[in-house]
Design a protein around this ligand. Structure first.
Ligand code: AHG
Ligand code: MN
Ligand code: MN
Length: 337
């Protein structure tokens, strides 16, 4: 590492283009990094501490079984954000309803946060990368009153910041405030995030495709055609592509953003609306990917232009290197590849 710049310094110095008060942004990021540090320490001992491992025995609103770490992370992020009074409402994968703060300090908060506290829960107990993903919006309702549902149902375009934390072989925070994407690696020995990946750009083209191909029998003919295309031999386009699928969206996208690739989670007979959640999985990742120079689409339009109607709604999701996503879009609109 040559230039030792901490996350805190970076936010103060490099966010001149952030159109709102920088102190508020700093405090929200303080909450997120503090919660991430707590999570980092807990995740690293998940195998040792029974309280962190396994199922709670409850299901979240989407009927998915909650892991202890899902519930723990949900609490940590909500409490860290609540304590700083910049946020007037939170929506989380683990909470059926929006959380609207009604205390005097929080109703003056100008921001809404949508969060997937742990993405890739099924990988916790097998020591495979998991993450946290968040989207931040300015509220549209008047300050001084509790937030309203419309504050949460803004299009992804309205995001003022988004990011993810990946708990992998090292822990990283990657985020954007609409002025490029930067990545920070955590040094746990001194508790500091350093700028390690300045101005991340996704390669325009790549040769990795990431999809749960076990679901092929449920896929549309278009998706099957595209998967066949990925596997054909063609030296000019560097095919066959390499198949890589971790099953933690954040980890799959993180790899593809750095190396070049395409990620697909289509709608199918098994998941008629797709599986991934628009507001706290796809929108923040789409904002980051567009900021890194890539494409994120539901097959018809940019994810960021979809008008949400429900905080937990799902969407088909295709994202990654521009050239690769364009080929997929051609297949989906039935043009020849
Ligand atoms: P979560 O752990 O937040 O419920 O998200 C799981 C998501 C996503 O992380 C992952 O890419 C996808 O589910 C994997 O789904 P499949 O097992 O259907 O491939
Ligand atoms: Mn998730
Ligand atoms: Mn989750």
């Amino acid at each position: 590492m040559q230039n030792l710049i901490t996350l805190g310094e970076f936010i103060i110095k490099n966010q001149q283009d952030f159109p709102y008060a920088k102190g508020q942004l700093t405090r929200m990021f303080n909450a997120i990094t503090l919660a991430s540090k707590v999570m980092n320490s807990q995740i690293n001992k998940a195998g040792l501490v029974d309280e962190l491992m396994g199922k709670v025995g409850t299901e979240n609103v989407q009927g998915e079984e909650q892991k202890k770490l899902d519930v723990y992370a949900n609490k940590i992020f909500i409490n860290a954000l609540k304590a700083r009074n910049e946020v007037c409402g939170i929506a989380s994968e683990e909470e059926e309803e929006t959380i609207i703060f009604e205390n005097e300090a929080s109703v003056n908060g100008k921001y809404i946060v949508l969060i997937d506290p742990i993405d890739g829960s099924s990988n916790i107990e097998v020591n495979v990368s998991i993450g946290t993903v968040f989207a931040i919006y300015r509220r549209i309702s008047p300050v001084g009153k509790p937030a309203i549902l419309e504050d949460f149902l803004q299009t992804g375009r309205q995001q003022v910041a988004a990011g993810y934390v990946i708990f992998g072989s090292s822990t990283m925070l990657v985020f954007t405030t609409g002025n490029g994407v930067n990545g920070f690696t955590y040094d746990p020995s001194i508790g500091v995030f350093y700028l390690s990946h300045p101005n991340i750009k996704i390669p325009e083209d790549g040769n990795i495709y990431s999809i749960n191909e076990g679901n092929s029998a449920y896929f549309s003919d278009d998706i099957k055609t595209y998967i066949d295309y990925c596997k054909e031999i063609d030296a000019d386009t560097n095919r066959p592509f390499t198949g890589r699928y971790i099953g933690s969206m954040i980890a799959d996208l993180h790899r593809n953003i750095l190396k070049g690739g395409i990620y697909l989670y289509p709608d199918s007979k098994k998941s008629p609306q797709g599986k991934l959640r628009l507001l706290y999985e796809c929108n923040p990742m789409a904002f980051l990917i567009e900021q890194a120079g890539g494409i994120a689409t539901d097959g018809h339009q940019s994810i960021l232009d979809l008008k949400p109607t429900d905080i937990h709604q799902r969407t088909p999701f295709y994202a990654g290197s521009t050239e690769m996503v364009k080929v997929l879009q051609d297949v989906l609109t039935n043009q020849s590849t």
